[in-house]
Design a protein around this ligand. Structure first.
Ligand code: RB5
Length: 149
């Protein structure tokens, strides 16, 4: 898969680790930074990843900050984005099966690197279940349409 990734200063080391892991797993990475650890504003890094996913130039996105919360909030403002802040293997699976999440957001401060690797693996390998979840996603899309008018 082609995967866009970015982080802020709350998760620099974990982003480096995840890039290595994803490359070793055979994925193509588009890295939107940070390139070195410095204090930044997470929306500036969520935006290019969310826009790449929304435009379809990448398949999925991975965003990492201190909690993953700010990255999710920012990414979810971009049309077509369903970013899920994930802290457990169950959430990683359900974010895909029920919500067809196209971006995973992770905590660099409260989740251990080994678990984050596993969360990303599950996020990338799990298929959307479809079926009765489809009309719910269509309702989310309608909210988005209404809000942009
Ligand atoms: C940065 O200190 C921190 O606020 C950020 O990484 C993230 O946790 C925001 O949601």
């Amino acid at each position: 898969m082609k995967i866009a990734i970015a982080c802020d200063h709350g998760a620099f080391d974990q982003k480096v680790m995840l890039v290595d892991y994803l490359k070793e797993s055979g994925h193509e990475i588009v890295d939107f930074g940070l390139e070195e650890n410095r204090t930044v504003d997470y929306p500036d890094y969520a935006l290019p990843v969310a826009e790449a996913v929304s435009a379809g130039t990448v398949d999925r996105g991975v965003l990492v900050c201190g909690t993953g919360l700010g990255m999710a909030m920012a990414a979810n403002k971009v049309p077509g984005i369903r970013a899920a802040n994930v802290v457990s293997t169950e959430f990683a699976k359900l974010a895909r099966e029920h919500n067809d999440a196209n971006i995973i957001t992770l905590s660099g401060r409260f989740t251990e690197p080994e678990l984050n690797r596993e969360l990303v693996r599950i996020f990338l390998e799990t298929e959307f279940a479809g079926g009765h979840h489809i009309p719910r996603l269509e309702k989310i899309a309608k909210i988005e349409e209404r809000s942009s008018q």
